[in-house]
Design a protein around this ligand. Structure first.
Ligand code: NIG
Ligand code: FE
Length: 416
């Protein structure tokens, strides 16, 4: 089965950024092809060229293919959201109102709200309810042009409820409507019943949960929220080393409120990604700049929490660190799935250039998931994941902020 896409106004291929491996994206690295066409065979891209070359340098006759007219739209690789907490029940709109009255995220968490209030709701919800909520959220992500999503557990915090959350992700994967990358985040917080015996919960994570999850292949990554009031450096090290021993990859929440050495630890353990980094130190930046670990920044969270500063994106990029961006979609600190809106926040608040933010939600996000050889740029041999936007030029995607111009996605060669 082949599908020829014609009449593309701008095809943003990112092949230049792929060649560079993600660091310091410049405008020319977007590798834009004007008036382009693209051929898909099965789930992969098999030809890219100018519209005028179709039928000349082109391997097949038009009649033998399905044809999709892109109607002069701008086409990018399917967007990649490398950090979401998509499996949760309930809503925390009251907390949002309290924050607008001046309460902080950490104060609310200390009073029993925050992550633990979503844990209570998620524990109560059935697998079926969570799958239904997940389906709706995947449809929403797709409507924004996203074709790959990292999805974390972490609102279960018991063996049964973490297994339930990961099983929700595997049920959603069976639908095959988008590419989902599951991450085990049993170390998101401590369950209240372990408040005075935290080491016992770390032991439960390491001795029971991680081995079972790795064996059943329910997660590709293991994540830990290292911060004041959450996991310490030594607990994080124990958990991540256990995860590595069982064959999981690692990515962590680090330096969100306080730098506790999480970034340096993650780099030393060859994590694919360290995320947040609002409070990262110069030592952390130095460690990242000498590594293959991606810095995944989540400026939607700073924006939404209001009082939190933004991560030092410029310093990171200028130091040669590969920077990705994610929504951090969750019911507390970032209730949005709109990745391009987050990209606009990154551009205006963290002073990232357009080539930098667009690479951050495509190729660099793929790299943070270890998938850069398959997705994240439009090149022959890569997966045919595409997003179509009805805009006059790629700059418009961020310029007209908050609106959604995505009209269609193709996921793995299929119109979704
Ligand atoms: O990435 N920082 C930890 N976890 C989430 C927040 C989760 C919540 O508030 O429910 C985050 O921001
Ligand atoms: Fe998060």
């Amino acid at each position: 089965m082949s599908l020829l896409i014609t009449n593309i106004k701008q095809l943003i291929t990112f092949s230049g950024i792929a060649k560079k491996g993600g660091a310091r994206p410049q405008k020319e690295d977007l590798s834009i092809l004007e008036d382009a066409a693209l051929l898909i065979e099965r789930d992969k891209i098999s030809w890219i060229g100018k519209e005028s070359q179709v039928g000349l340098s082109f391997p097949r006759k038009r009649e033998s293919m399905d044809i999709l007219d892109a109607k002069r739209m701008v086409v990018l690789p399917g967007l990649i959201d490398p950090h979401t907490h998509l499996v949760f029940a309930g809503s925390r709109h009251e907390e949002f109102a309290l924050r607008c009255e001046g309460k902080t995220y950490l104060e609310i968490a200390k009073e029993g709200g925050g992550i633990l209030s979503t844990v209570r709701e998620t524990q109560k919800a059935s697998l079926k309810t969570l799958v239904q909520l997940g389906k709706e959220r995947i449809q929403k992500a797709k409507s924004f042009g996203i074709t790959t999503l990292e999805v974390k557990s972490g609102y279960g915090l018991s063996y049964e409820d973490e297994m339930k959350s990961l099983n929700v992700i595997s049920e959603l994967q069976k639908e095959n409507s988008l590419r989902l990358i599951p991450t085990f985040l049993g170390a998101h917080d401590f369950p209240p019943e372990f408040k005075n015996k935290k080491e016992d919960y770390v032991a439960l994570l390491c001795q029971k949960m991680i081995p079972v999850i790795a064996k059943q292949k329910l997660a590709q990554f293991c994540d830990v929220f290292i911060d004041e009031g959450f996991y310490t450096l030594s607990q994080t090290k124990t958990i991540l080393e256990t995860a590595l021993k069982h064959g999981l990859n690692i990515r962590i929440h680090a330096d969100e409120f306080k730098a506790l050495g999480g970034t340096e630890l993650a780099v030393s353990l060859k994590a694919k990604s360290v995320d947040h980094l609002i409070a990262i130190t110069q030592e952390g930046i130095n460690a990242l700049s000498n590594s293959q670990t991606v810095a995944t920044l989540l400026p939607g969270t700073s924006f939404y929490l209001g009082k939190t500063p933004f991560a030092p994106a410029r310093k990171l990029i200028d130091a040669g660190v590969t920077v990705a961006l994610g929504t951090d979609f969750n019911p507390g600190s970032s209730m949005t799935q709109h990745l391009l809106l987050v990209a606009t926040i990154a551009a205006t608040q963290m002073k990232m250039t357009l080539p930098e933010v667009l690479s951050a939600i495509t190729y660099n996000a793929a790299k943070s998931l270890g998938l850069e050889k398959e997705i994240g740029s439009l090149e022959v041999g890569k997966k045919a994941d595409l997003a179509f936007f009805d805009v006059p030029s790629y700059e418009y995607l961020l310029y007209h902020y908050g609106d959604n111009f995505c009209k269609k996605v193709i996921y793995s060669g299929k119109q979704a």
